[in-house]
Design a protein around this ligand. Structure first.
Ligand code: TNX
Length: 537
């Protein structure tokens, strides 16, 4: 009896040694296979593309991208050809670091075999401005769209059809840069597919914002909404009122140094976004969430004195004076300057949590401000309850964050759906998430994916969806990436792909494949163990 456990241990250790040897030889042969025959190739594009395209038909064989593959570009007019040329430059730039190829771009409509061709000639009108067709054969790749914007969306699809290594920013050798043959027909379900970044609670630099725009654009996000003012900070230079940034921009949540964008920097962000066919939507939150402005200028306050700067995270304590013409003169100056540097047709005027403004004053205020926005040729967007003001009509867009849009429905107002418990990127995934809040509940990746804007509003009133990242607890890019990714891929798909074409289990298997792509791009995504089971980052 006493000897028995000993014998047992001996056989266990022998079999352990054997097991280790087997695993070791497996690892070696796997490495060998990888060397000669890369397993990174995309076999079937329908298993990878996010957001899922409307139609994907598998073809025979594959197209192989080589160092001498030319990119041909041709539009319906010379101007359009120039625009398409820029899209080709973008594609070339994305392919260069990993392939090392310096692809040649040629203006012309006679692409030879072996080429990639981007054109609007013969583009189908029913595809709208963002739709496209990609035809991939072993001979060539042809991308046709009604508008250059559609070609730019198609280029993002094409990136995903190349091996995941394409996203590395270092040279990859010993790999075949193949694209599986297919015909893809695609167009979006919703026109507005947005990501919001709150740069007021914590400030983020121009480069940090550009990086987020570039990353989001690959999933066909087409609006980036910048929350440019709140109690804790004013982040855009207004030439007539320089103290807004000098004083109001001088700090942030927690008392850090804050910061702001000069008008030139803002224009630079707008241009960078436009190159990716992303529109920047500027927001100034009012009449509440306005302490940074009230701290910058005494004349905006009842007692004529500047309020102290605020670096906490409470909401609902500040308000503009709603019955003082000085307030409206000031707001008009802001709207005027912004409308001159912002090409978006929208200006967001906030309107949320104005807990220190009487309801009738709020109603009057948002009505007045929306008229100012209109005067400068723009359309106002506001958070609910802006729709409940009798002075607000269907010319204003509601951004719906609570489950309350009865007034908007009544008035036939268009809506951007951002329901907090589904779409808020600052909500934690679960109790272990190191950043974020949970007042609207936890939002695991599955919850973030399994909903549709039409669950909250009639389809004809849905302009689209937006996922906001509030930054009370988000101090750097690392935290920002973690909260945005991978949930944004799901929001992008909700916005792009019709409800009846989406299914969680199928989506999850596509999402799994994007882990490697996100990693290659240096995205600090939340490595959810229910999606990336055994793989360690
Ligand atoms: C509510 S949502 C807010 C923001 C906060 C956010 C935190 C909305 C329109 N207002 O001021 O940052 O909650 O999750």
């Amino acid at each position: 009896m006493k000897n028995k456990p000993n014998i047992h241990w001996k056989s266990i250790s022998i079999s352990m040694v054997f097991l280790i040897l087997v695993m070791f030889s497996f690892a070696i042969s796997f490495k060998e296979i990888n060397k000669t025959n890369p397993t990174f190739a995309v076999e079937d594009g329908s298993n990878i593309i996010i957001p899922k395209p409307l139609s994907y038909k598998k073809g025979e064989g594959k197209f192989i991208l080589k160092k001498d593959t030319p990119i041909y570009v041709k539009g319906n007019t010379e101007e359009e050809t120039e625009e398409i040329n820029k899209i080709a430059e973008f594609l070339k730039g994305k392919l260069k670091p990993s392939t090392g190829f310096d692809l040649n771009i040629i203006k012309g409509d006679n692409p030879p075999p072996g080429s990639i061709y981007l054109t609007t000639i013969g583009g189908a009108k029913d595809k709208g401005s963002e739709g496209y067709t990609i035809i991939i054969t072993p001979e060539n790749i042809k991308i046709i769209a009604n508008k250059p914007e559609g070609l730019s969306r198609a280029v993002q699809t094409l990136r995903q059809l190349l091996p995941a290594d394409i996203e590395k920013n270092t040279l990859v050798t010993n790999i075949e840069w193949s694209v599986p043959a297919a015909t893809i027909d695609d167009k979006p379900e919703h026109a507005y597919r947005g990501l919001m970044i709150d740069v007021a609670r914590h400030f983020f630099t121009v480069d940090e914002i550009k990086r987020q725009i570039d990353l989001a654009a690959q999933y066909k996000i087409n609006r980036v909404h910048l929350h440019l003012s709140d109690d804790q900070g004013w982040r855009l230079e207004i030439k007539k009122w320089p103290d807004l940034t000098k004083i109001g921009g001088s700090t942030e949540v927690g008392g850090g140094p804050g910061g702001y964008y000069t008008q030139e920097e803002f224009k630079d962000i707008v241009k960078y976004a436009a190159e990716r066919y992303v529109e920047i939507v500027p927001e100034f939150d009012m009449p509440g969430h306005s302490n940074a402005a009230l701290a910058s200028y005494g004349f905006l306050n009842e007692d004529g004195k500047k309020k102290p700067l605020y670096t906490g995270t409470n909401v609902g304590f500040s308000s503009f004076m709603t019955h003082d013409e000085k307030t409206y003169g000031f707001i008009e100056d802001v709207i005027k300057e912004v409308s001159e540097i912002s090409p978006s047709k929208y200006i967001h005027i906030g309107g949320d949590e104005a807990d220190s403004t009487k309801k009738e004053d709020y109603d009057y205020f948002v009505g007045r401000v929306s008229k100012i926005v209109e005067k400068y040729g723009k359309t106002a967007i506001g958070w609910d309850p802006i729709d409940t003001s009798p002075q607000i009509n269907s010319s204003v867009i509601l951004q719906n964050w609570k489950d309350s849009n009865a007034a908007a429905r009544e008035k036939n107002m268009k809506m951007i759906i951002s329901i907090a418990k589904k779409a808020y990127l600052d909500m934690k995934y679960d109790e272990n998430t190191p950043y974020g809040l949970n007042w609207a509940g936890y939002i695991p990746v599955e919850t973030a994916y399994k909903w549709d804007p039409t669950d909250y509003a009639p389809k004809e009133l849905v302009l689209g969806i937006e996922a906001p990242l509030w930054t009370e607890t988000i101090e750097d890019t690392k935290a920002m990436d973690y909260m945005i990714y991978p949930r944004l891929l799901g929001y992008a798909e909700i916005g792009w792909t019709p409800k009846n074409a989406r299914e969680w289990i199928e989506y999850k298997s596509r999402l799994e494949k994007h882990g490697e792509r996100m990693k290659n791009q240096g995205i600090n995504y939340y490595n959810d163990s229910t999606i990336w089971r055994s793989k360690k980052k």
